[in-house]
Design a protein around this ligand. Structure first.
Ligand code: IPE
Ligand code: IPE
Ligand code: MG
Length: 252
């Protein structure tokens, strides 16, 4: 039996935005003597668990790294299965998302996805656009460097067209041109499977996120693992460059 982490969560200090690098599906399957895609299929259960977990405790934003720009370089058959899994999961979960007041959002180069996936995503985004309990963002064909290149292009265009003055460019303007323009900064970034790297995910947005790495492989990740990560997060002091004494004063 796992420890009861949920009861240890302080409702006044929840991370507003949790982002997860869902890693380890392939190794999970290989350990069981199964093909890698078996791990991806089982990873869907973990996705449902973390969505439910966020709703139970009242986290506002959850962003999941589902497919990176670099993942296009995987074997064709694996990419195809991942895309098919995306389509079937969206179809199966649409009603649950609507019922649970969850808003679906996407970040990444969505035009690169197969037509079917784009259609399905557009439908779910449209049907959940007025929902307000949890904003669930799927990072699909997402790469942070590509995102930043696009930001620079788009802002430069506006400068050339005299829509923005060079002096006006600031962090806010950059934020507003990122795929994540409607999302707050990430507070807690979780990566499963024991890898301790960022793999081109939300480089700008995690500037002051707390990082949490766990050896648990993604298909084994359950609500309690999420709650454990949140409890761990709540035991940290976020200083944002200040001293500990300054932070204690604010908390008085
Ligand atoms: C994460 O699991 C899922 C995706 C990247 C799509 P992996 O497929 O990377 O699993 P490992 O890292 O090979 O075990
Ligand atoms: C990162 O996982 C991308 C996703 C979780 C979707 P990878 O397994 O592709 O990352 P690297 O390449 O091992 O760093
Ligand atoms: Mg991996």
């Amino acid at each position: 039996m796992m420890e009861d982490f949920k009861s240890q969560i302080n409702a006044d200090n929840l991370p507003n935005h949790i982002a997860i690098i869902m890693d380890g599906n392939g190794r999970w399957a290989e350990m069981k003597g199964k093909p890698r895609v078996y791990g991806h299929k089982n990873g869907v259960t973990s996705v449902k668990e973390v969505i439910e977990g966020c709703r139970e405790i009242g986290v506002n934003y959850l962003t999941l790294y589902a497919f990176s720009t670099e993942n296009w370089n995987r074997p064709k058959m694996e990419v195809r299965t991942l895309m098919a899994l995306l389509v079937s999961s969206l179809r199966k979960e649409l009603n649950t998302l609507v019922k649970n007041n969850i808003k679906l959002n996407t970040i990444g180069n969505i035009e690169n996805l197969p037509e079917k996936a784009q259609v399905e995503l557009a439908e779910v985004v449209e049907k959940t656009k007025n929902n307000a309990s949890l904003t669930l963002t799927l990072a699909l064909s997402y790469g942070s460097r590509e995102e930043i290149v696009n930001v620079i292009r788009n802002i430069s265009k506006k400068v050339v067209n005299n829509q923005i003055a060079l002096e006006e460019i600031n962090e806010n303007i950059i934020n507003n041109h990122l795929y994540t323009f409607s999302l707050p900064d990430v507070d807690l970034l979780i990566r499963t499977s024991g890898e301790k790297r960022i793999s081109n995910f939300l480089l700008w947005q995690i500037a002051y996120a707390e990082l949490y790495f766990t050896d648990t492989l993604w298909p084994d990740f359950r609500k309690e693992n999420l709650f454990n990560a949140i409890v761990n997060y709540q035991h940290r002091e976020r200083r944002f460059g200040k001293t500990s004494q300054q932070i204690e004063k604010i908390n008085d």
